[in-house]
Design a protein around this ligand. Structure first.
Ligand code: SF4
Length: 456
């Protein structure tokens, strides 16, 4: 089992697998050197990015993330503005402070390698770090894979995953098991996941942690709506749209002419634009799809009768349970299964969670989560220019609206359905495995090809 706090992590944009994960991998390599007593003897460091990380590495902020990760930066609290400034210094030849404490030789053009046409064997998002002594001998090397949602594993961990995961009172490996457990224990999904979380921290800590996450999500909507209409970084001159849309929608609302379903769309666009600009976001369950859950949650708070903090906590716990099923049984990595694994999963999580806080039964919640994914099956990842902007920003808006509608649809029926959530998760994985790699976060296919300049 994984924790709700593994799925919802406070980090920075624009990508969980290409920004947050690589920064964590670089930090892990420095930790490895420190624990092995090698740090002080390192004279030169080398980082090599492979496959998708190399192809879309500049657009996704991977290179900057690795540089700062080697200096010890943490995605949870690094200042996005400082990150950009410091990465610029390192690219211009400033000495690299390994782990923030030890100066090493690092020449950007020589030591940060982008291997765009080479994929490491275990996953599309591979990285290799090497450390050398002053006489050029290799002191240490490690290969890491960023497997989606900011999760990072070494080659050995991918080959032989550590058994068990979190020890919890109510482990589940499928939606069928989750629902059976809830029925047997007479608990809601949120109550069951809360009981699992309480094996490792107090209920008060879990609630506080979840409300903190919800607050960061709300802040992100606020910041994304309040900015001027500046261009997003990356050279495609994509402008932020959320501020102007928000103003127009507010005017329409006062005039009684607003379509209420435009609100979740603009909330999601605001968060996604913050993410695209490298701002502070919550990975939910990835950064590319970080707008959907905050948007549906904000819609719940603003428009659902009797919305409460209790409801917010239940929403996030239910969403996390659904996300765990995808993480454990399929993938939440666009590089592995395409955008169905990012936007599709976030939509499924949000649909089930929204259905739950509106009073849905277990069958209705499962139905909502299943419908949301069923209609994202086959969704490719084709970011123009390798940037998490087009189609990602709008895609979040459309998926947020879809999650709410799907939840409402499920609530109108009795929960009986032909396609189970487990079957749709299995189908998503198989579809992703069948997809050509040009449609899996390489910026070599789809809109990236017809609209943008290919990244290779
Ligand atoms: S297209 Fe989807 S999976 Fe690909 S970068 Fe954008 S949001 Fe992520």
């Amino acid at each position: 089992m994984i924790s709700v706090f593994d799925l919802f992590k406070i980090g920075i944009g624009p990508s969980s697998s290409h920004t947050v994960g690589p920064m964590r991998a670089a930090r892990a390599f420095v930790r490895l050197l420190r624990h092995a007593g090698l740090l002080a003897g390192v004279a030169r460091i080398e980082a090599a990015l492979y496959g998708s990380l190399a192809l879309t590495g500049e657009g996704h902020g991977t290179v900057n993330a690795v540089l700062l990760g080697l200096e010890g930066a943490d995605p949870a609290n690094v200042d996005p503005a400082w990150l950009l400034a410091r990465a610029g210094q390192l690219r211009a030849g400033a000495a690299l402070q390994l782990g923030g404490e030890h100066t090493v030789d690092f020449a950007f053009a020589r030591d940060l390698q982008l291997n765009k046409h080479q994929f490491l064997p275990r996953h599309a998002n591979g990285m290799r770090f090497r450390a050398f002594s002053a006489d050029g001998a290799e002191l240490c090397r490690e290969v890491y894979y960023s497997v989606g949602g900011g999760f990072v594993q070494t080659e050995a961990e991918l080959d032989a995953p550590p058994a068990g995961g979190l020890a919890v009172p109510y482990p589940f490996a499928s939606a069928a098991e989750l629902i059976a457990l809830c029925r047997a224990q007479n608990r809601s999904i949120a109550q069951l996941v809360m009981a699992n979380e309480c094996a490792h921290r107090s209920e008060a800590e879990v609630r506080r942690g979840l409300l903190d996450i919800a607050a960061v999500m709300a802040d992100c909507i606020q910041r994304g709506s309040g900015h001027d209409e500046a261009e997003l970084p990356g050279g495609y001159r994509v402008r932020r749209r959320a501020p102007a849309i928000m103003k127009k929608l507010t005017q329409l609302q006062y005039a009684g002419r607003a379509d209420i379903m435009l609100w979740p769309m603009v909330y999601a666009i605001a968060v996604s634009e913050e993410n695209a600009a490298g701002g502070r976001v919550v990975t939910a369950p990835t950064n590319g799809a970080a707008g959907i859950i905050p948007a549906v949650l904000q819609y719940y708070r603003n428009f659902a009768p009797n919305a409460s903090d209790e409801g917010v906590v239940d929403f996030l716990l239910t969403a996390a349970a659904i996300g765990m099923l995808y993480k454990m049984n399929a993938s939440i990595s666009g590089a592995e299964v395409g955008c169905q694994g990012e936007v599709g999963v976030a939509c499924s999580m949000a649909a089930g969670a929204y259905c739950a806080v509106l009073g849905g039964t277990l069958a209705q919640i499962e139905n909502a989560a299943e419908i949301a994914m069923e209609h994202h099956l086959g969704l490719t990842c084709d970011p123009v220019g390798g940037l998490v902007q087009v189609p990602c920003v709008e895609r979040n808006g459309v998926a947020a609206e879809k999650a709410i509608k799907v939840a409402q649809l499920a609530l109108l029926e009795n929960g009986e359905h032909l396609v189970s959530l487990d079957k749709v998760i299995e189908t998503m994985l198989r579809t992703g495995q069948d997809m050509q790699h040009s449609y899996k976060e390489t910026a070599l296919g789809g809109l990236a090809l017809t609209v943008g300049v290919p990244a290779c």
